[in-house]
Design a protein around this ligand. Structure first.
Ligand code: NAI
Length: 340
């Protein structure tokens, strides 16, 4: 006879007790939207992360199926599944890190802003749960449009009296991952050797790769700069169109989210010198939220780095496009206030 859900749950509990006695080190991580395109691959990658001791997988569909599947992997993290709103609080209680890829993805012809109406409500509900059950957790917000869902999450936390700007991080790592890959292709080197800071926002022209600050130091022709900037800014659309209605980036996004989550966990552990780009509440420009390099530590984004020297092209792009982030953020924040 196949095991029943009850049997699976009691075996999970036995494993948890057993590992707790052994004092297995690690952090408690929840993924909200774990049964989706990003969520499933991300769950797999987080189950492989040795810094994770407990992994909670929450979704409004198929959470137990994904959990049963992932739980058979012989890695350290104990996995538990949570299905639907009534189980949200149990999914969140005691978590150190909450990763949110819940929501609808883009279809061809849609911008990230088109997702706002649906995803804003989803993010609001999930963040209300975070504020209630794990207000000190670091939140990695993936649901698009990140330029607007991050300000919405901030409003929810402010309303609940739990807002700590250092703990709310919009995930823009995919922009950096793409930039590293495309720049490495142009330079003809290994992408693992490349580090491109990507600042601004997380939608089309608001994504600004700082090609003048690429490591290792290098120079590009003006044609290369135009090609690279355009490809990095439109990498998401490239995937949406290639998938032709079957969704947006999920595999590279899960990789990017797992990379960023791992950096957050190493920061929580107290490792020194963990620096990643993220869309955060900061003062590097006059805009309330901005993607820039941050140093991750026990308290989240403990230090926000300035943009550094920009060349003429980057200054032009910045001046022309930063206001687009500004309007996107504020229009949607306004809608957020209307949402109540
Ligand atoms: P998907 O549709 O495959 O998965 C979304 C999952 O969220 C589904 O399993 C769905 O059941 C779940 N969900 C819906 N409402 C929920 C709720 N109230 N609570 C919990 N779970 C809920 O979509 P996919 O491709 O995984 O994308 C997810 C989000 O990530 C989209 O908003 C997409 O635009 C965004 N995204 C963000 C990127 C970034 O760089 N930050 C890159 C790619 C996608």
């Amino acid at each position: 006879h196949p095991p029943t859900l009850q049997m699976v749950e009691s075996s999970t509990l036995r494993t948890m007790n057993c590992r707790a006695k052994g004092g297995a080190p690690g952090f408690k991580v929840a993924i909200l939207g774990a049964a989706g395109g990003i969520g499933q691959s991300l769950s797999l990658l987080m189950k492989m992360n040795p810094l994770v001791s407990v992994l909670h997988l929450y979704d409004v569909v198929n959470a137990h199926g994904v959990t049963a599947d992932i739980s058979h992997m012989d890695t350290g993290a104990v996995v538990r599944g949570f299905l639907g709103q009534p189980q949200l609080e149990n999914a969140l209680t005691g978590m150190d890190l909450v990763i949110i890829p819940a929501g609808v993805p883009r279809k061809p012809g849609m911008t990230r802003d088109d997702l706002f109406k649906i995803n804003a409500g989803i993010v609001r509900t999930l963040c209300e749960g975070v504020a209630k059950c794990c207000p000190r957790a670091i939140v990695n917000l993936i649901s698009n449009p990140v330029n607007s869902t991050v300000p919405i999450a901030a409003e929810v936390f402010k309303k609940a009296g739990t807002y700590d700007p250092k703990r709310l991080l919009g995930v823009t790592t995919l922009d950096v991952v793409r930039a590293n890959t495309f720049v490495a292709e142009v330079l003809g080197i290994d992408p693992r050797e490349v580090d491109v800071p990507v600042v601004g926002g997380h939608a089309g022209v608001t994504i600004l790769p700082l090609l003048s600050q690429v490591k290792p130091p290098c120079s590009f022709t003006s044609e290369e700069i135009v090609y690279l900037s355009d490809r990095i800014q439109n990498g998401g659309t490239e995937v949406v169109e290639a998938k032709a209605g079957a969704g947006s980036a999920t595999l590279s996004m899960a990789y990017a989210a797992a990379k960023f989550a791992d950096a957050c966990l190493r920061g929580l552990r107290g490792d020194a010198g963990i620096v990643e780009c993220s869309f955060v509440d900061c003062q590097v420009t006059e805009l309330p939220f901005f993607a820039t390099k941050v140093r991750l530590g026990r308290g989240g984004a403990e230090e926000v780095f300035p943009l550094g020297p920009l060349n003429e092209y980057e200054r032009f792009e910045a001046v022309n496009h930063f206001f687009i982030v500004y309007f996107a953020t504020y229009r949607n924040c306004y809608t957020c206030i209307i949402l109540g």
